[in-house]
Every structure is written in structure tokens, then in C-alpha cells.
Design a protein. Sequence first.
Length: 484
Amino acid sequence: MANILKGSDNINNDKYHNRYTDEDLIKALMDFYIINDKIPNSSDFKKSHPNTSVFYNRFGSWTKALNKAGLFKEKQKSTDYTDQELIDLLIKFHRETKKVPTTRNINEVNYMPNNNTYIKRFNGFGNALNLAGLRNLRKDNHQFGRIEYSKESLLEMLQNFINELGRLPTAKEVDSNPNIPTCNPYNKHFGGLFGAYVELGYDLNKLKNNQKENFEHEMINRFLELTKIIGKTPNSRDLDKYSKLGLCCASKTYTEHFGSMRKLYKLIGLNNIIPDRKLSKKESLKPGLYKTKDDMVDDLKKLAKDLDRTPFLREFILYDNLASASSYCNKFGSWHNALKQAELQPNTKIFITKNGTKCYSSYEYKIACILEGLKIPFKKDTPYKKIIHTYYGFKRFDFIININNNIIFIEIFGMVNMENYEQGKREKLQLCKDNNIPLICFYPNDFWKYNNNEKIINYLYSLINNLNVDNNEELFSFLFTDIK
């Protein structure tokens, strides 16, 4: 997507809306679909250029805009489906997404009927899953039952579970146990688990203390789990940071329950979770930097399990405790090799030109096709350290081209609104400036502005001419054997 349009409130609306043709807008939707592998929502373009208002102004609604781009298929009326068609769609959903359908996730897929269609047709969504042979695959299968339990049987099953645990269970533990009903019938008959516990003869004051103990038990479990995730003992800043992601409670909650962080560490046995040696400052700032290949494969598998899908390469800048995306590419040769080692299916789109050049974005693909069409020799994904011998990182040039025995370097900065990416971009630009690298850059806005190959070619040549490069053959002689 293109750069955010700053100060758009000051732009005349008519002039702003009319600067785009219908083809420009449809192309923007298609490019978003290709890059992000999902159909865009109106919120995806809310702060972009062109923004959502342009699409509404031009096409009347977001759905009509998607229709124009061929990205939306209207759902049939519920009465148009046969029973077998409904069952077949559930099976198709499971086969394509590797997930068991739920009443929530089928509503997010365009080709699926509304969940109410299944509930009305089969007298419950669980019955539809049963006919599709998918119900037993649900982890929460026991929650589908519509069995009417007596108060006596509910209390008996709950007491058996209490005896098994040796303490009173939490609501979460009750819901996750397939051998007893969920909390719903207890809410219906007793007003909740508390009421059921009182009915079983437990003292109300002890129940409150027990609830506090259960909560603190859960807090400690979350703390230990966070320790494994970030690879170190969490401090108060870590707790505040990861509490916003729902991984733990905030540090204030821990100090209120345990008195202080020091007392918490002592209670859970700090010596059992701190590293065997003190980490260097560099290691503590980048815990993923010194991981082995086996560690990186394990991290990849765990992240895929947590996300319930194969991670995208671009997501790795969001996780401080993981090795960087460039580390994966450097150690395994490529991102796809890393996924293969972790036994994961690739989810990135690969664009391959007629000459066999592999590209990992539509922008790279467009530039590669133009260079091949113009018969301009080029080399792709060359490491910076091969060009700048004082640099030891893992950055790579998107393209290096040879025009009339002059070497030109090309970078395509195709992502916006990501601080870590922006920082990497600034580092690349500074490296090239400090080492007199003749660099030209492309940004998403360039591909909107110059929206056909002829315009991009003219823009490419204008960028090259502005460099005023003249006969740098001697400076980059070591590259001429590779780029001819």
C-alpha cells in the first residue's frame, strides 16, 4: 500500500477524488490482495492513499468496489442451498483453512452461508458439523451438547471434578474439561459456579479465599509461560508490555497480590528460571541473535502453533525474543528452506518471471519484468557485506543493474507504517550514502503514480540520469563478472 497521505484534510475533496481513475482504484485493491493474501476491508484503506472515501465516492459502496475488482462474490439466499451443498461447504472450509468451522469464522468467509442458515436447517451448528464428519475434531466438542441436566447430576459431576483436582476448579477449567458440562447449565440452575459450590456445602468466605488462590495460581502460571516466551525472567516493564497482549497481568496486579516483584521471584524459585550465565548487553537486547538452527526451528513451530497458521516473514520484526527474518534467511539460505525444516507450508506468494527470477512482492516482480524486457543485466538479493566490506549484517540489495558498464543499485521500500521497517530503511539509506553507493529507490506511491510499464521505465531512466554516474567500472569491477 502507498504512503499515508499527511494533511489530507486540507485537500479539496473533489480534486483529491478525481485524481484516480477507476483502473487505479481497482489496481489498488488487487495489489493489496496480492501482497497481503486477503480481501481488503474498508478499514485497511482508512488512512492510506487512496483512502476509503475515494472508493465510496466512486463506486457507491465498498462491496461494489470489491465487485468491480472481482474480489467479492455475493452469497446465495439461505433457501437456495440444499442440505448436501451446506455440508459440502463445511468440508471445503476445513480442507482449505485446516480449521474446523465455527459459527464465528464461517461468517468471515465470502463463499460460506451465514451460521444461522446451518442452525435453522440442522437444528444446531453441532449437528451440521456431525453430518460433515467434523464435530469430533472440535476441541470444545463437549460444549455443543444440548442435554438437560438435573441439579443433582450437575452437582455430582462437579464434586467428582473437585475430588480429582484436590481443589475447587476455575470456570476456565470447567469449560475445558470434556467429561463434565460447561458453566452454562451451572449458571442456569445455580447462578454460577459459586452458587453450585455453596449448594455442595462449601463456606462462602472460604470460597472467596479459594477464588483468590486460584487467581494467584493462574498469575504464576502465566508468569512462568511468559518466561519461556521471552527467554528471560520478566521484569515489571515486561509484565506491563505483555499484559496489553493478554499474556499476563500488569506489574501492579502482581505487586498487589504478592507484595513486591522480589517476593514473587522468591515464591516461584527465581534460580530455576534465570539463565545459567549472565547475558551480555548485546545478547539481552537481541535474544534471538545467538540462537542455533534447532532453536530457530523450534521457535518457528511454536509461533505457527500459537498463530494457528504459518507465520509471515514480515511478522518477525514484532517479536523481540525471536531471531530476525534476515537471520532465518541467512542460516537456512531462504525463508522457504526455514519453513521446510520446520515442516510448515509456505504462505507467501512467489512471483516468477519468464526468465525464472523469483520475486516475493508484486513490486519486485514488476521491476524484474521491466529489466528483463529491456535486456538490462541485473543481479537480485546481493548481500550488502559483499559490496560494503566494513558491514557485517544481513541486509540485501533488491537489484543491482549494469547499464553501459555502470553499476546501479535498486531498493524497493514496499512497506509503510511499521517503525522497525522504517528504521531498517533509514539504515540502508545511510549505509549507501556513507559508502558512495549509487542508489535509486522505489516506493509504493511510485507504482500508483506511474501506473504502467512505459511510465515506470521513463521514471527509472530519470532516476538513473539524476545520479550522474559516469564510468564506475573500476570501483565495482568485482561485480562485472556476475552482471553482464
